[in-house]
Design a protein. Structure first.
Length: 183
């Protein structure tokens, strides 16, 4: 089972966690960026959805294309949770109700760790998902400059919005392509 598919899609927490993991894996966001992500940050650009003007580490601004399968996971969560404004990722209590105005970076750590354990992937940290995204994008033909030191710059450079490299990186659900690998 793919890491992002390990949470139970029938539970509210599972819907949120699937959307979060899909976003971290396919878009290479940092935990802090995911925590701060709001509905207003999602816009259509060049005929597709993207996270626009994302302010990352060091104040660098980038636009990140969102693959359709990730957008669908986000939509499932947003609709189920009734999110109409502000932050996308929020706490979910034991009864399945959304609480507060955002999830914490520590909660994302636990979501990644728990999902990795369910998927049989030892010692996985949230930042590993960012590195995995970069590696998968590069393998899929992305023009990543691996000679620079920070992951953020090579994920943000030379991104194509309309036909983005993260559309087909090998972790898409079965209905998007043949079959899904482990991560």
């Amino acid at each position: 089972m793919a890491l992002w598919q390990s949470p139970d899609p029938e539970r509210m927490k599972g819907k949120r966690d699937r959307a979060l993991l899909a976003l971290l894996l396919a878009c290479g966001l940092r935990r802090q960026e995911a925590v701060g992500l709001g509905l207003r940050d999602l816009e259509q650009r060049e005929g597709r959805w993207a996270i626009v003007d994302l302010i990352g580490k060091g104040g660098h601004i980038r636009t990140v294309p969102i693959p359709d399968w990730v957008r669908k996971q986000l939509e499932v969560w947003i609709v189920a949770a009734g999110i109409e404004d502000e932050r996308i990722f929020r706490r979910v209590d034991r009864s399945g109700q959304t609480r507060g105005d955002r999830i914490s970076v520590k909660a994302i750590w636990h979501i990644v760790k728990d999902s990795a354990k369910k998927s049989g992937i030892p010692n996985l940290a949230p930042h590993d998902l960012r590195r995995t995204c970069a590696r998968l994008c590069q393998t899929a033909g992305g023009e990543l400059d691996v000679s620079i030191q920070t992951t953020e710059r090579y994920l943000g450079s030379k991104q194509r919005i309309r036909c983005a490299v993260n559309d087909h990186i090998g972790i898409e659900p079965d209905f998007e392509r043949g079959s899904s690998p482990q991560m």
